[in-house]
Design a protein around this ligand. Structure first.
Ligand code: PEP
Ligand code: MG
Length: 557
């Protein structure tokens, strides 16, 4: 029997294929004492898990070396060395033989002894190695228990992923070639998982309540990432209709592609700059393909995800330089680390918070972690020698945050000067306006920055007190609420008084349904996931700015 489920369409496109149900791996096991007869079998199980772990690590190492780089691949070489340590196998075997521990229990205990030993050392490098040891422990346990650790990382066939939730870290790692689409129960329109799906051009539906119970592995499923519709186990007629819609969709995409080199100019001659939001150098190609005139938001936090430790200054420099250089004279706005909220990093020791979106997030976190912040700022300042780079701070709530961040920027410059490392002294500095307090004092903030970029995702969340991740309150998440529009207008007015540019880089920028209001509010720069550019360009070219202003008058007076 087919059934249909409605969710929130967050990444347009139509996908049809087989279901893969994603669950975070559970490494729980039964901690029973072995009988004498069970010992030999348990030791054989251990050997098999060692062999399989080694095989997987070799394969990952080679793949990472091929697709990312040899420095990243070295992490996996270190994991293989841990696994090959002869003492390790002897210790685990002794626990099985002498103490009659099961293989998972023996692995767990032995690794804990190693981790405690390393963590107690007075050496940061060695302390950090304990994270690698814990990683090998997880892999061995997973292989003993027959569980797959990161099932989305490398897939053998094309699938549509269905999950209760898909954290941004798992999304960042997923196999772009094989994942045709995904559907989750959790999440809102502007959750970071949704945003990533959009840039990856993977059709996605979130907030699809009941989907995990409705599907069985390998069942067929149809996903409409625009309308938010999911059909499980479709009948023949449903499949035929879907195929017809797919053909129409592809035709429309072809038509939109013809707009690539035309300007985003309204009927009455207002030019609008359409830029790309990117998360890594992976997204450069899409930005080019869709004719972005620069990068309005580089979310650098994705560089920090899906790994065991933070990227070094050199690694960050290389990543920022690649993006800066590939856009030539076009501006590239690099946003400093916006971590916290729904984006967590296991190696940064985030405490559990009751309200993570109101908590230790973004600039607040960086202002408390000087070393981490300075490292990033130095990398950006250096990269600014290779293109038209601007620095942007997220989550600024007032002048104090801005000035504190600028003080650290000055320290980063001093350090680079002392080290004799070349960098760009004059890279522009701007802020995100995404907290109502910042919008309300935009005129004051504008005097101390070079540009504003309005982050509507958070601005809506904080103005309307509605969690952007929580599908249960998604009806309160109203981008066109007059309160939100008034805050945007205040920001535009504040920027105009100081003569600085202002853009929008939240998801509203990429939604053609919002273009009319944004133009009417005086916005002339929109930054969005690159695949959204053609639809917004088409809309701009149909509009007349003067009429858009009248619409704003009607809406908010
Ligand atoms: C925003 O808040 O609108 C924004 C662009 O930032 P992020 O979605 O990364 O929080
Ligand atoms: Mg934000």
């Amino acid at each position: 029997m087919s059934c249909s489920i409605k969710g929130i369409g967050v990444s347009p496109g139509l996908a049809m294929g087989k279901v893969l149900v994603y669950k975070e791996a559970s490494l729980e096991y039964d901690d029973k004492r072995l009988s004498l007869e069970e010992v030999a079998g348990e030791k054989r199980r251990l050997v098999k898990a060692f062999t399989e772990s080694r095989r997987q690590l070799m394969e990952i190492k080679e793949r990472v070396a091929r697709t990312i780089g040899s420095e990243e691949a070295a992490v996996f070489e270190a994991h293989i060395m841990i696994l090959d340590d002869p003492d390790l196998a002897v210790k685990i075997n002794t626990k099985i033989e002498k103490e009659k521990k099961s293989a998972p229990a023996a692995v767990d205990e032995t690794f804990h002894e190693y981790i405690n030993l390393f963590a107690a050392l007075d050496d940061d490098y060695m302390k950090e190695r304990s994270a690698d040891i814990a990683d090998v422990q997880q892999r061995l346990l997973a292989n003993l228990l027959g569980v797959e650790l990161n099932p989305l990382e490398s897939l053998e066939e094309k699938v549509i992923v269905v999950a209760a939730d898909l954290p941004p870290s798992a999304t960042a790692l997923l196999d772009r070639e094989q994942v045709l689409g995904f559907v989750t129960e959790a999440g809102g329109r502007t959750s970071h998982t949704a945003i990533m799906a959009c840039s990856m051009e993977i059709p996605a539906v979130v907030g699809a309540t009941g989907i995990t119970d409705a599907v069985s592995p390998r069942e067929r499923i149809l996903v409409d990432g625009e309308k938010g519709e999911v059909i499980v186990n479709p009948g023949e007629q449903e499949e035929t209709l879907f195929r017809e819609r797919l053909a129409i969709y592809q035709e429309r995409m072809k038509k939109l592609a013809l707009l690539r080199d035309l300007p985003a100019e309204s009927k009455d001659g207002c030019l609008v700059l359409l830029k790309a939001n990117i998360g890594s150098s992976f997204d450069i190609a899409a930005a080019r393909k869709y004719g972005a005139c620069g990068v309005g938001l580089f979310r650098t936090e994705f560089l920090f995800m899906g790994r065991k430790e933070k990227p070094s200054e050199e690694e960050q420099f290389a990543a920022y330089r690649e993006v800066a250089a590939s856009f030539g004279d076009a501006p590239v706005i690099i946003r400093t680390l916006d971590i916290g909220g729904d984006k967590n990093l296991p190696y940064l020791d985030f405490p559990a918070e009751l309200n993570p979106f109101l908590g230790w997030r973004a600039i607040r976190f960086c202002l408390d972690r000087h070393a981490l912040f300075i490292t990033q700022l130095k990398a950006i300042l250096r990269a600014a020698n290779y293109g038209n780079v601007k620095i942007m701070y997220p989550m600024i709530s007032g002048l104090e945050d801005l000035r504190a961040a600028n003080d650290i920027l000055d320290r980063a410059k001093t350090e680079l000067r002392e080290e004799g490392v070349p960098f760009n002294e004059t890279a522009g500095v701007g802020i995100m306006i995404e907290i109502p307090s910042a919008a309300l004092i935009a005129d004051r903030l504008a005097r101390e920055v070079d540009f504003f970029s309005i982050g509507t995702n958070d601005l809506i969340q904080y103005t309307l007190a509605v969690d952007r991740m929580n599908e249960k309150v998604s009806r309160y998440y109203q981008p066109f609420h007059p309160a939100v529009l008034r805050l945007i207008r205040l920001t535009v007015e504040g920027a105009a008084k100081a003569g600085i540019p202002v853009g929008v880089c939240g998801e509203m920028a990429g939604d053609p349904a919002a273009t009319e209001l944004l133009l009417g509010l005086g916005i002339r720069e929109l930054s969005m996931s690159a695949p959204s550019i053609p639809r917004v360009k088409e809309k701009v070219r149909q509009l007349c700015c003067r009429e858009c202003e009248n619409l704003v008058e009607e809406k908010i007076g």
